[in-house]
Design a binder for this molecule. Structure first.
Ligand SMILES: NC(=O)c1ccc[n+]([C@@H]2O[C@H](COP(=O)([O-])OP(=O)(O)OC[C@H]3O[C@@H](n4cnc5c(N)ncnc54)[C@H](O)[C@@H]3O)[C@@H](O)[C@H]2O)c1
Length: 356
C-alpha cells in the first residue's frame, strides 16, 4: 500500500565520495515522486569533516532529538577524512546516531545481482540471496574492559562482551519477524556457544524461545567459524542470519565480498517504528573522491531499503529491478567492470525505472 503521508528524510552526504554517491540516490528518489508517487521531503545536513574543521561541530547539539521527532528516516553517505586523524567527527556522527537513536538492528542484505560479480566459481544469483541481522548496540563493542599494569611485562587487558536479555531477544525477534514478512523459510543463528558459555547460553535459550513462536520458519544454528566456511562453500543454504555485533560485523564483510564488493553493499541501522539510518556499507574512499569514479549502486540500493522501511515497497522493488538490469547490461562504474562515471551510472539506473 502506498502511503499518502509525506515522509521526512534527513540527508547527510558526509565526506569523500559520500556526496557524490548520495547525489545519485537523491536524484533517483526525486524521480520516484513522478513514477511511483513516492512522497518525501528531503532535508540536507552538512555534517562532516568540513564543518568539524571549520566550526568544531560534529554531531550538533540537539541533533538526536531533532532527528527522532522531526524525521522518519536518515540517508547518510560516509564519514572519514584524512585531515581528521582522530576520526572523531565520524565517530560522533555515526556512532552517535546508532547508539543515541538505539538503532539495534544492523540489516545487511547479501544478494548477487549477476554471476560475473562474485569471486565464487559457478554461482548463480539464486545461490547468494540472504540477509544478515547484526546486533548493533551491545556485545563486544560496548567499550567495557580495562588495563592492569599497562605498559609493563605483566600487563593485563580485559575486553568484555555485554549481552542483555532484552538486547538478544529483540534482535532475534526482528530476524524472525523479517523472515515471516518476506516469506523466508529459515533463520540461522551464528554464535560460539561451545566456548563462550555465558553469552552463548543466553543467545541459545532466547533463540529457542523466540523460534517456538514462529513454527512455520525453520530455526537453525551454526557455530560462527563453520558459518564462515559454509558461506563460501554453500551460500545457497542461507535465508536470514542473526548474530551478535562482532560476528555480524565479520560475516557481513564476507557477505559483501560474495556479492561483488563494497561498491554494491547497502545497510540499514533500524529501530522498528522509529527514525532509522540507512547508509552504504563503504566508507568515504578518499583516493576516489572528486574523480567521479565511485560506484553509486551501494547508495542507490540503500535508498531502496529505506523506501521499503517507509512502506514504499513497489518503488523499492522498481529500484532493485533497475539496478539488476543495469548490472546485467554492464552499465556500471569501473569497479564492476563497466566504464561509466558515477553520474552516468546513476543515470543508467534512473533510465531503467519502470513507471508504476
Ligand atoms: N560508514 C562509514 O562512514 C565508513 C565505513 C568504513 C570506513 N569509513 C571511513 O572511510 C575512510 C576510508 O576507509 P577505507 O579506505 O578503509 O574504506 P572505504 O570503504 O572507503 O574504501 C575501501 C576500498 O573500497 C573501494 N570503494 C569503496 N567504496 C567504493 C565505491 N562506492 N565505488 C568504488 N569503490 C569503492 C575503495 O577504492 C577502497 O579501495 C576512513 O576514514 C574510514 O574511517 C567510513
Amino acid at each position: 500500500m502506498m502511503s499518502q503521508v509525506k515522509k521526512r528524510i534527513a540527508v547527510i552526504p558526509g565526506d569523500g565520495i559520500g556526496p557524490e554517491v548520495i547525489r545519485e540516490a537523491v536524484q533517483l528518489l526525486e524521480l520516484l515522486r513522478d513514477t511511483h508517487g513516492v512522497r518525501l521531503e528531503l532535508t540536507h545536513f552538512d555534517w562532516g569533516a568540513d564543518k568539524y574543521l571549520q566550526e568544531g561541530v560534529s554531531l550538533p547539539d540537539g541533533a538526536l532529538a531533532m532527528l527522532s521527532t522531526e524525521f522518519d528516516a536518515i540517508l547518510a553517505g560516509a564519514f572519514g577524512d584524512p585531515r581528521v586523524k582522530s576520526n572523531q567527527h565520524a565517530e560522533d556522527i555515526l556512532l552517535g546516531m546508532r547508539r543515541g537513536l538505539d538503532l539495534y538492528i544492523n540489516l545487511r542484505p547479501v544478494r548477487l545481482l549477476g554471476a560475473h560479480l562474485t569471486p565464487l566459481r559457478e554461482r548463480a544469483p539464486s545461490d547468494i540471496d540472504f540477509v544478515v541481522f547484526r546486533e548493533n548496540t551491545e556485545g563486544a563493542y560496548c567499550g567495557a574492559g580495562g588495563f592492569l599494569k599497562k605498559g609493563t611485562i605483566d600487563e593485563i587487558a580485559t575486553q568484555e562482551e555485554l549481552n542483555t536479555r532484552r538486547g538478544v531477544e529483540r534482535i532475534i525477534t526482528a530476524a524472525f519477524e523479517y523472515a515471516r514478512a518476506h516469506n523466508r523459510r529459515k533463520v540461522t543463528m551464528a554464535d560460539k556457544s561451545n566456548v563462550q558459555r555465558f553469552g552463548g547460553d543466553l543467545w541459545q535459550r532466547v533463540f529457542k524461545e523466540v523460534a517456538a513462536q514462529y513454527s512455520e520458519i525453520e530455526a537453525n544454528h551454526q557455530y560462527v567459524d563453520a558459518m564462515a566456511m559454509f558461506m563460501v562453500l554453500d551460500p545457497a543454504q542461507y535465508d536470514v542470519i542473526v548474530s551478535n555485533n562482532l560476528f555480524g560485523d565479520i560475516l557481513t564483510d564476507l557477505g559483501a565480498a560474495l556479492q561483488g564488493g563494497l561498491g554494491l553493499a547497502a545497510s540499514g541501522n533500524i529501530h522498528p517504528g522509529k527514525v532509522s539510518l540507512f547508509e552504504p556499507v563503504h566508507g568515504s574512499a578518499p583516493p576516489l573522491a572528486g574523480k567521479g569514479v565511485a560506484n553509486p549502486i551501494g547508495s542507490i540500493l540503500t535508498a531502496a531499503m529505506m523506501l521499503e522501511y517507509l512502506g514504499y515497497e513497489a518503488a523499492s522493488e522498481a529500484i532493485e529491478q533497475a539496478v539488476a538490469e543495469t548490472v546485467g547490461a554492464r552499465a556500471t562504474t569501473r569497479d564492476l567492470g563497466g566504464t561509466l562515471s558515477t553520474a552516468l551510472a546513476g543515470e543508467a539506473v534512473r533510465q531503467r525505472i519502470q513507471v508504476a
